[in-house]
Write a protein that binds this ligand. Sequence first.
Ligand code: AMP
Length: 351
Amino acid sequence: MIPPGETIGILGGGQLGRMLAMAAAQLGYRCHVYAPEADSIAAEVCGGFTCAGWYDTDALARFARDCAVITYEFENVPVPPLAALSEVAVLPHPRALETAQDRLLEKRFAEELGGIPANYAAVDTSGDLHAAAHRIGTPGILKTRRDGYDGKGQWRIADPAAALALELPAKPLIYEALVDFSAEFSVILVRGGDGDVRFWDSPENVHKGGILSRSAVPASKHVAAQVPAARELARNAAEALDYVGVLTLEFFATARGPVFNEMAPRVHNSGHWTIEGAVTSQFENHVRAICGLPLGDTALAAKGVEMRNVIGDTVEDWPEILSDPANHLHLYGKAAARPGRKMGHVTRLSL
Ligand code: AMP
């Protein structure tokens, strides 16, 4: 067990790290952020900050010497340099990062555990894409296997002619059938080092332009009926990875049951509602899990909860959002409100 007063290292300097550090501070921990960008919004709320590149193994080793345990809030942290952290436990184990960083490995992993992803094919050349579009059918989505987030690195392929016309980026890609879904939802769980697994209520999620716009619990009946099967896959994934911390799996609810979309080995945007809406938030339980503390209750703290992201220049609406006393506004302190950038979120409870 890592007792309060010790230092938790966080790889990545964004809003997830900021909210993790705030939960850690509540439990009496100090946090040290490691991030390549100087204007880290997580570092602003932390006692320690190392601003260095992901491949700077000397800086990583120095960072590790200040930490009792290290976690990550950014999914695309390169895994090989993490060997420089060998003296300190990195939780969740970086094997979860390795799997989740590559859409092809992630889908195969889910399939091995009994999950059903959309039909897919690896694509490296135009010939592969043409063959995939022919075999799987159109419409479909071409995605980069690595480094994609918030709908970035994705191309809709409407028909075979569009597949032929597309100039492919020189990166490993994956082609997926476009899933005919009625809703999207996620499974968010926390697993302790002793194997204790707890699930939060599954939120129903709405994405706009590939970016999460809204998460709400309880989910509709149709989604709720698919949650047990989705949870089973998530539990199997956590066990297969001997996972410690918060793990999120995203699904499409379809007429043939839950279709696995992707896995995030970290706290997740669709779990931000847990800060006010659950007895214990995803951030606090992640800290509890990686520090070996008993896990907190994941039950709902209200009849219903809705979280909406504050994206781009809608952040300027903050006075209006605050004018409703029922709104819980979280702003991440980002300087520039670029289009599509997550600037904050608003949570509302139905009591
Ligand atoms: P992703 O980055 O893969 O999570 O994709 C972001 C969002 O794009 C998803 O949450 C869906 O709304 C949409 N999307 C991604 N892949 C598919 C798919 N195969 N079929 C339908 N919609 C998709």
